[in-house]
Ligand binder design. Structure first.
Ligand SMILES: [Fe+2]
Ligand SMILES: [Fe+2]
Length: 319
């Protein structure tokens, strides 16, 4: 981690955007100071949101709650070995704060959109959000930077996919504003994915065997999504998660095939196939990982689409 401080310092510049010119949630929302146009624009937003299907809304609310649980992610990143011990001006800590500051706009924007849309029971959504932050998560990375940056590489790619697909569905269903909102968020996720993938790529230069072992370990445990503890009122921890992923799988917003393809992208990005000069454990992990995407793809092709259409308290009765 110490060897990488210059690299991380440059990464803040190259992968994150200057705050002065970066987009802000209000760029996509009506200005509440201008009373007349504000209420007209809210009417337009509510009109367009009427066309969104139940499943799209469900996935959108779940994605928003995932973004709103940012305190969990910042706390956990700042506890990684090599970051935790460093002083506040260390590039690693600067990175964690700057990344968090960019991510914070996602939950803000989506939350405000949901509020204006007129389609969501905001109190239920807010309760689920408070539950999720209170429950935290268990991603089984420990405080190990290798496992954590493999996780974040995977995760940023996954959120890029799901926001991008919601953008496409929103457009198809006539909500152009929501489509734009999800589009700009997806673009941020891609920049972040590139950053975390570059961290791991750099670590490969120093410690290929150990990062391969960490990668294999993460894939054997399976990458759980950050909102896997999702629940609504009256439920045990994680009780809502399966219903949420059912909707995402059914819509094709995030599927088992995507999971396998993300892994394939990472295997290619880190050039696993051509890694040599490894020790025995490193070679074993490399061979396992290179074959894994194909195996997962075969399994996912045999999976059937979930049919159970749960009624979420966030949205209410299905019609
Ligand atoms: Fe995000
Ligand atoms: Fe992200």
């Amino acid at each position: 981690m110490r060897a990488m401080t210059d690299f991380v310092s440059e990464s803040v510049e190259s992968f994150l955007k200057p705050i002065e010119t970066n987009w802000q949630p209000s760029d996509f929302l009506p200005d509440s100071r201008d009373q007349e146009s504000f209420f007209n624009q809210v009417k337009d937003i509510q009109g367009a949101a009427q066309g969104l299907s139940y499943d799209v809304l469900t996935v959108l609310v779940g994605d928003t709650i995932t973004e709103e649980a940012l305190p969990t992610y910042e706390t956990w990143l700042s506890r990684i070995e090599g970051i935790h011990e460093a002083d506040r001006n260390n590039p690693w800590n600067v990175w964690v704060r700057a990344w968090t500051a960019e991510e914070n706009r996602h939950g803000d924007l989506l939350n405000k959109y949901l509020f204006l849309s007129g389609r969501v029971n905001m109190r239920e959504f807010e309760k689920s959000t408070q539950f999720l932050i209170a429950d935290g998560f268990n991603i089984e990375t420990g405080h190990d930077p290798y496992r954590n940056f493999i996780y974040t590489s995977f995760q940023e790619l996954a959120t890029n996919i799901s926001h991008r697909r919601v953008a496409t569905l929103a457009k198809q269903q006539g909500d152009l504003l929501l489509s734009k909102i999800n589009g700009v968020i997806a673009a941020d996720e891609m920049r972040h994915a590139k950053a975390y993938m570059s961290f791991i790529k750099k670590i490969f230069e120093y410690d290929a065997n150990e990062v391969l072992i960490a990668f294999e370990d993460m894939m054997r445990k399976k990458i759980v999504m950050p909102a896997h503890f999702l629940r609504e009122t009256g439920m045990q921890v994680g009780g809502l998660w399966g219903h949420f992923t059912d909707a995402a799988q059914r819509l094709g917003v995030y599927t088992a095939i995507d999971y396998a393809n993300i892994l394939l992208d990472l295997v290619k990005e880190w050039n696993l196939e051509n890694l040599c000069d490894l020790n025995e454990s490193g070679e074993k992990s490399r061979d396992y990982l290179v074959k894994l995407p194909e195996r997962l793809l075969r399994i996912s092709e045999r999976m059937t689409n979930p049919v159970n259409e749960y009624e979420f308290k966030w949205i209410g009765v299905r019609d």
